[in-house]
Design a protein. Structure first.
Length: 235
């Protein structure tokens, strides 16, 4: 019997992994597309550092090839309800056309830049982003035009890009509704119960911040209220 031929190595993708539902679903989509996925998370001084525990658990459950956590203390200068305890976490609901106080100045720009550094070091074809422009349409760094412009910068700023094989930014969920994301997560068997979306920083989801409300409403609409926060189930 002849030995089995060696299988070609899988292409590599870097997935920015916050610990939330969106980034976990995007990472799982990359795996389904045939990529060897490396997770990258950030300890940026966020009040809800509980999400980093979720990111580590999700990386393990999905079987990611590697998982790195990088410290970038954006809380040093605050400017966001997520990095400054003096600013209240909003819970009145998302207002159309208004950039909420949970926007963190420069966060995605910093994260994507570091992700591109890891991607080039690992010869990764894709940088996978769980950004979504629908739920938080006010976030300037979650919009398609921002991603398109950053792709141009990435191609110019890297050796791989100048040589014509730079890392491609891939944001498969950017125009999806949260309910669509939940449905896709369930199809992909993403460990939804291990993900963390709450902004309030406690050990249990508060159920009243904007992020919890959006997540809970989508889970209920998708027919899985059992995965919603205790606050949502009690309403």
């Amino acid at each position: 019997m002849e030995p089995a031929p060696d299988l070609p190595a899988l292409p590599t993708a870097i997935a920015l992994l916050s610990g939330g539902l969106d980034s976990a679903t995007a990472a799982a989509l990359a795996q389904e597309a045939g990529y060897r996925v490396i997770g990258l998370s950030f300890d940026y001084g966020q009040r809800h550092r509980r999400e980093l525990q979720a990111a580590a658990q999700v990386a393990q459950t999905l079987g990611l090839a590697e998982h790195h956590t990088v410290a970038v203390n954006l809380a040093s200068w605050g400017g966001s309800a997520l990095t400054d305890a003096a600013i209240a976490i909003p819970n009145e609901g998302v207002q159309s056309g208004v950039i909420p106080s949970t926007y963190v100045p420069g966060r995605n720009t910093v994260f994507i830049a570091i992700g591109l550094s890891l991607a080039e070091a690992r010869s990764a074809e894709r940088l996978v982003l769980g950004v979504n422009a629908v739920d938080y349409s006010g976030y300037p760094d979650c919009r398609p035009d921002y991603l398109e412009a950053f792709q141009q910068l990435a191609d110019l700023a890297s050796k791989a890009g100048r040589e014509g094989h730079g890392t491609q930014l891939w944001a498969p969920l950017v125009t999806w509704s949260k309910t669509q994301i939940v449905q896709e997560a369930l199809r992909l068997q993403v460990p939804v119960g291990e993900t963390w979306s709450c902004y309030s920083g406690g050990e249990q989801p508060c159920g009243v911040c904007d992020s919890c409300r959006i997540r809970d409403a989508a889970l209920v609409e998708a027919g899985h209220p059992n995965l919603a926060s205790a606050a949502a189930r009690g309403r």
